[in-house]
Design a protein around this ligand. Structure first.
Ligand code: ATP
Ligand code: MG
Length: 642
């Protein structure tokens, strides 16, 4: 246990002032790495030890369960006390619901104390079931799209009947029908979905004055990290619980709002000042995480955003190191280059390294490059590439093409749809077996026959990721001439994965791979931001809408500000997408950084890869064919058959 005086001594005067905030609402607005999270944990310790607030009277909300666990641990180290109400909005809402259900308070909402929480897959299967029941056509509007619509409605606290009143276009009218039945079915099945946890907890308190008063009185202090990423129902839930003491302590940074697609609204930071006019505002401007060079790069990028304030930061950590930028010929070489550099320069510091990317599919090339060099790694917040369900489905089909007796693949394929499986079996009876020899031809044939792609809707963000993964599988396959060699390679890699993940205790010394979205709030001495290309960061979906472009820029800012000492950017001049190589342009965000901060090197002549892995037969596309492919004059299948 540490004395509070000691903890306070470690803070700068601005941080200390915020920690010692008396009572009433407060907001800490500050840029990345300025100690917001540290202020939050220290304040909790201060409330417990100096103000004698009981630990059960404190509600501490963070963005992920992992962050919550870390903060709890820190508070425990500082004070020897456990915080029973520290967690995410969802976990805290679930706790309240569970507790109140025991006293029958969920009866009016048709749930008893045994209610089940449905995850994303359960939700989807329920929705599909409703389609059948109502005789709705899944081709007209995909269940995934309707599911996303219902979810956003819930996050905005729009129930089925309000949704009906507001429904204008065909999709909305369609969704209304499903939404009504969906809610009914959840009730009948004594279940709540993820969004309902919040909606129901909010309704329970706002519709029952005695419960409202009970929790308002219970939670004397409410502290929220990453407030810029709250959505409407989270905001209202917080506001309601903070009354009447108004002891709400929120920290946030506009520039880190990266969850708009889940309904997050950074303007909630400003709304606090309207809803709590007596709010005290604290600013922290000293950054403790990064070097001046890294901060300068972050600032020069984020200050291009116009729609929200950008908070100033300074540091005394001068550095002469420039940010290194690697340009490579292809996405594969990008991974190779970085793996080689890590092996060379940082092999003693693997746990200090993070590889950050915009899309999960980008992890594949790095996973392979690391495995080849026996560099241990772990993936946070995403499933390893060959373990993703869409990839496993397709590999099962592929395996069945060669071995109809392969029972795990049969079971898997059956699960992916009986009609799909029998279409595949019929197709196999009719085709010329030589068509199966090339993995891309074979995969294209499978995709056509099984209509597997139709499972996913490109407009649904979750599905779009799966489609990207499928494309990535095609890209990998196109580097092989022979399907069996390809499958063998996959099996070897999967083996590698098993070896990699079974050694949990060794995870301390591993490279961390994760998406920019999952990196929020974390820090690493050495950060590689990879795939810095137009179309990846900013993502191609965001190129035309200014709001979305600004969100991509915030993602870039989040990535840069994760780095403590060394930051690297990399981009490839061409990337395999849709089964062929296309030219790519360096990200506009790189050109927003002052050139004197960057040191760019080009790596085009590497050939080490092919020597180390003789199995790897890279697909070479000559310029004429590339032009023809890009102009749609040549079909990729024809090209691959040549
Ligand atoms: P982000 O916006 O990325 O979540 P943050 O504002 O929450 O960042 P913290 O994670 O709390 O920042 O702090 C960043 C780093 O700076 C941490 O390693 C933290 O321990 C360190 N730090 C914060 N304040 C001080 C201080 N007064 N003295 C020394 N180190 C500090
Ligand atoms: Mg933080």
């Amino acid at each position: 246990m540490l004395a509070i005086a000691h903890l306070l001594n470690e803070l700068n005067p601005q941080q200390r002032q915020a920690v010692l905030h008396d009572v009433g609402p407060a907001i800490v607005l500050a840029g990345a790495g300025s100690g917001k999270t540290r202020v939050l944990t220290t304040r909790v310790a201060y409330l417990l030890k100096e103000k004698q607030v009981p630990s059960s009277a404190i509600m501490l909300v963070t963005f992920t369960n992992k962050a919550a666990a870390e903060m709890k641990q820190r508070v425990l180290d500082f004070t020897g006390e456990n915080l029973p109400f520290a967690g995410t909005f969802h976990s805290l809402a679930a706790k309240i619901l569970r507790h109140e259900a025991l006293s029958g308070h969920l009866k009016p909402y048709q749930r008893d104390s045994n209610f089940t929480i449905y995850d994303s897959d359960d939700q989807l299967s329920l929705i599909k079931n409703i389609y059948k029941q109502l005789n709705l056509d899944p081709q007209q509007y995909k269940p995934q799209v309707v599911k996303a619509k219902i979810s956003s409605a819930k996050n905005e606290l729009i129930g089925p009947s309000e949704f009906q009143d507001m429904a204008r276009d065909g999709l909305q009218v369609f969704t209304t029908k499903v939404y009504k039945h969906y809610q009914l079915r959840l009730q009948q099945e004594n279940a709540v979905d993820f969004d309902d946890l919040l909606v129901l907890a909010y309704r329970l308190l706002s519709e029952n004055p005695h419960l409202q008063e009970k929790y308002q009185r219970k939670f004397e202090h409410i502290l929220v990290d990453e407030f810029q990423d709250t959505n409407k129902v989270q905001y209202l839930f917080t506001r309601l619980l903070a009354k009447p003491q108004d002891n709400l302590f929120a920290v946030g940074d506009f520039s880190k709002s990266i969850y708009a697609w889940r309904g997050a609204d950074y303007r909630n930071l400003e709304r606090l000042s309207q809803d709590f006019p007596s709010i005290t505002e604290y600013r922290l401007e000293r950054n403790y995480r990064s070097t001046q060079t890294i901060l300068d790069a972050a600032t020069s990028v984020i200050s291009k955003n116009r729609s929200h304030p950008v908070l100033e930061l300074w540091t005394d950590q001068t550095s002469t190191d420039k940010i290194e930028v690697y340009e490579t010929a292809s996405g594969e070489l990008e991974a190779e280059k970085i793996a080689a550099l890590i092996k060379d320069k940082y092999h003693q510091q693997l746990s200090e390294i993070a590889i950050l990317y915009r899309t999960n599919a980008q992890s594949r090339a790095f996973e392979e490059a690391f495995l080849r060099r026996q560099l241990p790694y772990r993936i946070i917040g995403g499933t390893k590439f060959y373990e993703r369900s869409e990839i496993k489905d397709l590999l099962a089909y592929l395996r069945l093409c060669f071995n109809p007796l392969d029972s795990p693949s049969h079971t898997r394929a059956e699960k992916a749809g009986k009609r799909r499986l029998s279409a595949l079996q019929n197709w196999l009876l009719t085709i010329d077996r030589t068509e199966l020899q090339k993995p891309t031809t074979c995969l294209h044939g499978i995709l056509e026959t099984t209509k597997y792609i139709e499972k996913y809707d490109p407009k649904d963000p979750e599905d779009a990721l799966r489609l990207e993964n499928i494309q990535e599988l095609l890209n990998t396959a196109s580097r092989f001439d022979d399907t069996l060699a390809f499958l063998e390679n996959v099996a070897l890699i999967q083996d590698g994965y098993l070896a990699n993940s079974s050694s949990e205790e060794n995870q301390r010394d591993t490279i961390t791979l994760m998406s920019l979205h999952s990196a929020k709030g974390l820090e690493f001495p050495i950060v590689f931001m990879v795939g810095m290309e137009e179309g990846l960061l900013p993502h191609s979906r965001a190129l035309f809408e200014n709001n979305e472009l600004e969100e991509e820029r915030r993602l870039c800012y989040v990535g840069i500000t994760r780095a403590k000492q060394r930051l690297y950017f990399s981009y490839a001049r061409s990337r395999f997408t849709y089964g062929y190589s296309s030219q790519s342009m360096p990200s506009r965000f790189l050109s927003e950084i002052k050139p004197e901060l960057l040191a760019t090197t080009h790596h085009f002549q590497e050939s080490g890869r092919a020597e180390q892995n003789p199995q790897d037969r890279r697909l070479v596309i000559d310029e004429d064919s590339l032009d023809a492919l890009l102009n749609d004059e040549l079909d990729i299948r024809d090209f691959l058959r040549r």
